[in-house]
Design a protein around this ligand. Structure first.
Ligand SMILES: *Cc1c(COP(=O)(O)O)cnc(C)c1O
Length: 316
């Protein structure tokens, strides 16, 4: 597939804007060596995208970067997006908007949040985001064009970013993470492993022609394959995607003592903190599969730390 990004002046102009506005050095790629990986004979690395920015963290930076540049280039001054009351995407959009001097509006799932703020929502407000809690019924319309048209006129034509920031603009941003990793490793790994919520990150890696294991962070996550492949816009991508839906630990934002125990051991062993909503589940699943000899000896795997550390227990 040809990347829209690679072609035409539009891409070049947008890249120029982006580099001026927000640029980040490559994040570290660190080896994870321990008894499990050694016994299985595999090389495992972690791509530390959690270190990319203190607030616009991990995959949210990658996914937002070119959407923000597009918004700026087309003269928008307001960003509007959607999320739950603990959404890392709302958090990142609020921080990025503040940094770029843009007005931000968050449509939040659940009317009850008009009366109480979560830690995420108070952070968003502190960054200047205007918060509009709506009923779950209204929220469900978030992808419908008539609803979006109404929202657009209600808020005076903002730049609308869908939930999770998973737009086609997410692809070139995630692709940069892939290119950095291949450069650092000196070759492409056999697999990238990522947690999946909306699937935009997994789609970006597929669109960069790499093989992906996506670990669903939510229960019943099998439907995600379809979403991921639709975003990747590459008919061949299905061959490179493995969706793992067994490590949800009870559902989105749920966790178990076993998960927290595993995370603690991992953190102590490798001196890398992870959170329990996304990366903790992915790394648990990955180690479980490595321990069961799921991967051929000699394989090279890159686990992407997608950030979101403000949601780590006990801070959350
Ligand atoms: C949003 C998020 C994800 C999910 O990414 P998708 O592209 O929506 O699949 C994974 N990890 C963290 C830390 C996130 O904040």
């Amino acid at each position: 597939m040809a990347y829209r990004w690679d072609t035409g002046t539009f891409g070049k102009i947008t890249k120029f804007y982006v580099d001026l506005l927000i640029s980040a050095p490559p994040t570290p790629l660190v080896p994870l060596v321990d008894a499990v990986t050694q016994r299985a004979g595999i090389s495992l690395y972690m791509k530390r995208d959690d270190l990319i920015h203190p607030e616009v963290s991990g995959n949210k930076w990658r996914k937002l970067k070119y959407a923000l540049a597009d918004a700026r280039k087309r003269g928008f001054t307001t960003l509007l997006t959607f999320g739950g009351a603990r959404s890392n995407h709302l958090y990142a959009t609020a921080a990025a908007g503040a940094q770029l001097g843009m007005r931000t509006i968050g449509i939040v799932r659940g009317e009850e949040y008009s009366h109480k703020d979560t830690t995420t929502l108070s952070f968003c407000r502190a960054q200047g985001m205007e918060i509009f809690p709506v009923s779950r019924t209204e929220y469900r319309q978030k992808h419908q064009s008539d609803y979006l048209a109404e929202i657009s006129s209600r808020f005076n034509n903002p730049y609308i970013i869908p939930e999770g920031g998973s737009t086609p603009w997410a692809l070139p941003g995630v692709r940069e993470m892939v290119e950095e990793t291949i450069m650092q490793l000196g070759e492409a790994p056999d697999f990238f492993a990522v947690p999946a919520g909306t699937g935009g990150t997994a789609a970006g890696i597929l669109a960069a022609q790499q093989r992906v294991m996506a670990f669903a962070a939510l229960k019943g996550g099998d439907f995600l394959s379809q979403d991921i492949l639709a975003l990747a816009e590459d008919p061949e991508a299905a061959k490179r995607l493995t969706l793992i839906a067994d490590y949800h630990f009870g559902g989105y934002a749920r966790h178990t003592p076993a998960l927290l125990q595993f995370m603690k051991q991992f953190e102590q062993k490798h001196q890398i903190l992870v959170e329990q909503v996304y990366t903790g589940k992915m790394i648990f699943g990955l180690y479980d599969l490595i321990g069961k000899d799921y991967f051929k000896r000699g394989s090279t795997l890159v686990a992407v730390h997608t950030g979101g550390m403000q949601g780590r227990l006990p801070n959350a």
